[in-house]
Design a binder for this molecule. Structure first.
Ligand code: FAD
Length: 200
């Protein structure tokens, strides 16, 4: 799995604070040395709309379709994912769940290779990518670019960094949380403390 930040609102905490202080007409209280200190208070009181003015975009690759299917359920995320219609999966790679015992990994790989040959067989029989893909596994790797505003990222982290979330989406969201916490600690420090410190 690879998670890369590819775009971020410049000075995100300043933009959010400007938005919030516009509500309260308290721009005169905005001082550089205290920049961002208002933001955890907004979170505590549930004043979340200012967090919609900052956005982050990630490229996520080497993850399974099983994982991205969960991601796309978040309707406020903008997602662009590798197409299985326009791109052949003749040489698809796969994600092996960590729960597969070491001694069974070779068997798992053999099963994947069987599915790869099934895909090729149906392509050779004349099926288009869009129909040959019906025999592909959820383990098939994919790549996506995903964007959201900080309010939505906080929501996604709340549900997907939780220890009860599925391991692969959790790993991806934890990696994103680490990055966003570096760029906007007044927005994400509470979640970093809650989720990054928790035992896996
Ligand atoms: C642990 C876990 C297990 C799950 N298991 C299943 C499962 O078995 N089967 C399954 O189908 N799904 C499952 N899901 C997916 C889940 O039901 C949601 O579809 C997914 O988490 C996206 O939720 P969301 O609407 O909160 O997110 P987003 O789409 O990101 O929306 C964010 C928030 O905006 C608001 N919102 C967005 N759209 C609307 C709307 N149309 N109307 C009103 N408010 C809206 C809501 O407050 C929402 O929480 C699971 C999710 C988790 C975290």
């Amino acid at each position: 799995m690879k998670v890369e930040l590819i775009a971020l609102t410049p000075d995100p905490e300043r933009i959010i604070e400007i938005a919030a202080r516009t509500c309260y007409q308290s721009g005169d209280k905005m001082v550089p040395e205290k920049l961002g200190e208002l933001l955890p208070k907004l979170i505590a009181m549930g004043h979340e709309s200012p967090f919609e003015h900052a956005t982050a975009t990630f490229r996520v690759s080497g993850v399974s379709r099983a994982m991205t299917h969960q991601f796309v359920r978040h309707r406020l995320l903008a997602v662009s994912q590798k197409s299985q219609r326009y791109v052949s999966e003749g040489n698809f790679e796969w994600v092996t769940p960590p729960s597969v015992p070491d001694g069974d990994k070779a068997e798992f790989d053999r099963d994947m290779e069987v599915m790869r040959s099934m895909y090729k067989k149906w392509k050779d029989k004349g099926l288009k990518n869009e129909d040959a893909r019906f025999v592909l596994p959820n383990a098939c790797t994919t790549e996506m670019v995903v964007s959201a505003n900080f309010r939505e990222w906080r929501h996604v982290f709340d549900v997907r960094c939780h220890r009860r979330a599925q391991w692969e989406i959790r790993d991806a969201c934890l990696a994103m949380l680490v990055v966003l916490n570096q760029h906007a600690p007044h927005v994400f420090a509470d979640q970093a403390k809650e989720f990054l410190a928790a035992p896996k």
